[in-house]
Design a protein around this ligand. Structure first.
Ligand code: AR6
Length: 169
């Protein structure tokens, strides 16, 4: 089941929280900063051992002080007009996260709106890609949560999800 909520992702009781990280995996602002603060310094230590992650891919660590057992650090593209493979990279980043989540045998997973903050990916285009991949993996999970932080993203996700399923499922 795909659910749209407007909430702080660090507070969710799910098996896996996905982070919108950068290629260094060493933290930053936005949801990345919030996840590192909530998970504690052990998260940064675990990320250091990973040696970074290319754009469009993802890596997994424990969730440490989060309720979530795991954090998947997914690196979305920086928007630079759309002609530099941004849609493909964003899609691949959601797919990589789902593959890792399946390997970890997770039943529930929550995603932020990757790339739509500091990385400036247009919100509607990003939501379209996120929901497309979420639908592909819907049957593999008990719960897939699109965790929007801002009202604009929440409205976009609800509109697009309603258009494909008739409601929030
Ligand atoms: N819970 C859920 N969503 C959140 C939260 C939260 N606590 N805080 C922010 N968001 P951004 P990006 C939303 O900028 O665009 C970092 O510095 C936010 O409203 O966090 O992928 C990284 O280290 C927006 O909708 O990530 C990278 O350098 C969404 O999360 C860079 O930013 C993503 O915004 C990645 O940029």
């Amino acid at each position: 089941m795909i659910k749209v909520i407007q909430y702080d992702i660090t507070q969710l009781d799910v098996d896996i929280v996905v982070n919108a990280a950068n290629t260094s995996l060493l933290g930053g602002g936005g949801v990345d900063g919030a996840i590192h603060r909530a998970a504690g310094p052990e998260l940064l230590a675990a990320c250091r051992k990973l040696g970074g992650c290319p754009t469009g891919e993802a890596r997994i660590t424990p969730g440490f002080r989060l309720a979530a057992k795991w954090v998947i650090h997914a690196v979305g593209p920086v928007w630079s007009g759309g002609g530099r493979g941004e849609p493909q990279l964003l899609e691949s980043c959601y797919r990589s996260a789902f593959r890792l989540a399946k390997d970890a045998q997770a039943r529930s997973i929550a995603f932020p709106c990757i790339s739509t903050g500091v990385y400036r990916y247009p919100k509607e285009g990003a939501a379209h890609i996120a929901l497309k991949v979420m639908h592909e993996y819907d049957r593999d999970f008990r719960s897939i949560v699109a965790c929007c932080f801002d009202a604009e993203n929440a409205a976009i996700y609800r509109k697009l999800l309603g258009a494909t399923t008739g409601d929030d499922e």
